[in-house]
Each structure stands twice: as C-alpha cells, then as structure tokens.
Ligand binder design. Structure first.
Ligand code: SAM
Length: 195
C-alpha cells in the first residue's frame, strides 16, 4: 500500500473516531525540507519530532542528523509507528517511540533528556484538546534550548499565527508552494510561560 493510500485511510478512520490527523496526504519532500530549514546540522545535539506519520520529515532527519545526535521520533498511531520502525529503526540517531504527545514529559525524562535544540511538529496542534496542547507547550518551554525553536507544519498559511503567538514571543512563517496543497511551516521562538 502506498503512503498516500495508507494516510488517506487513516484520515478517514481517525476523523470518525474524533482524532483528526488534519491532513489527507503526507508532507512532500519540499515541505519536509522547509520545516527543518533553520537547523544547523553541525551544532545540533537533540531533536524531537512529534506526529511523524509515515515519516517524510523523519527521512530528512535520518539523512541529515549526525550519528552522535539524539533524535526522538514520536507517533501515536500504531500502524504509522510500525512503518517508521521498519523504515528508520536501524538509523543510528533515531529513537522511534510509539506514544502520545500527552506523555512527552515522561518520554523525555525516561531518556534523560533535559535540553532539546528543536522540536519539529507534524501534529494537528490546533485540533489538540486545549489541556493537551497547553501541557505540550509547558514541556516544550521547559526543555527548549535558549536559541531553540518549535517548528510546526501547516496547510493553513498564516491562519494559526495568533494561536502560536499565544505560546511564543516570536513566530515566523515560511510558505512552501510546491507542496500539495500549498503549505508551510511556523518557526516559533521564545516560549512563553503557559498558565
Ligand atoms: C498531519 S499528520 C503529519 C504526519 C507527518 N509528520 C507528515 O508531515 O506527513 C499528523 C500526525 O500526528 C499524529 N498524531 C496526532 N495526534 C497525536 C498525538 N496526540 N500524539 C502523537 N501523535 C499524534 C497522527 O497520527 C499523524 O501521524
């Protein structure tokens, strides 16, 4: 089964289960590259990818992260997580975790991770329940390095700017017209304290 078919099937089933994955197709290679464009691969030490799906962004991380980096890749859906393990399980820096972002604090603490250079999110962040989103950004604000960023893919250019501004001091948006549909990524700097 192609990634597109698998993804579309998940889009439909998860919609009816009330867990929308918010996209009908995996990110293109263009969007995956754009989403990590601000990472300095020579100096980065620890990355976390949230909501990896079939792994288009994971593939870029696998190609670019040095073997001595730590890269935690989190995915809730068991079929996607199995696919990620098959594809990337043997790639040295990648640690594929089948789990929910609700457990991010525990997942990082079990691995002894206290500092993260960049968090890369393919999650449907605006659709997460408010308490889950707040808790995720609490954890992000605790672990993110001072110059670190929260990078978020989006199909809705600019629409969610105010939402990310609620959690970060500075938010940039980079448009990626070569994705179908045209999409982009938010680059969020300076996490605010979440009440
Ligand atoms: C829009 S898809 C993006 C997939 C991939 N990153 C890409 O760019 O093609 C969102 C992904 O987030 C995962 N996801 C949704 N809610 C999650 C949660 N609470 N914890 C972990 N993963 C979640 C979904 O299973 C899905 O794979």
């Amino acid at each position: 089964m192609s990634d597109q078919t698998l993804f579309l099937g998940k889009f439909i089933t998860q919609l009816f289960r009330g867990n929308p994955i918010a996209s009908i197709a995996p990110s293109s290679r263009w969007l995956a590259r754009t989403t990590v464009r601000n990472i300095d691969w020579n100096s980065v030490n620890t990355l976390v990818e949230l909501g990896a799906g079939t792994g288009p962004i994971t593939r870029v991380l696998a190609e670019r992260a040095r073997p001595d980096c730590r890269v935690v890749v989190l995915e809730r859906d068991p079929d996607f997580a199995r696919l990620l393990r098959e594809r990337f399980g043997s790639v040295r820096p990648l640690d594929i975790v089948a789990g929910d972002v609700r457990d991010l604090a525990r997942i990082l603490s079990e691995r002894g991770i206290e500092r993260v250079d960049h968090v890369i999110s393919g999650l449907p962040t605006p659709s997460l329940p408010r308490e889950v989103r707040d808790e995720m950004f609490r954890v992000v604000s605790r672990v993110l390095a001072p110059e670190g960023t929260f990078n978020q893919i989006t199909e809705l250019a600019f629409v969610y700017w105010p939402l990310y501004r609620r959690y970060f001091e500075r938010v940039e948006f980079v448009f990626e017209p070569r994705n179908l549909p045209p999409s982009g990524a938010y680059f969020c700097h300076g996490p605010k304290e979440v009440g």
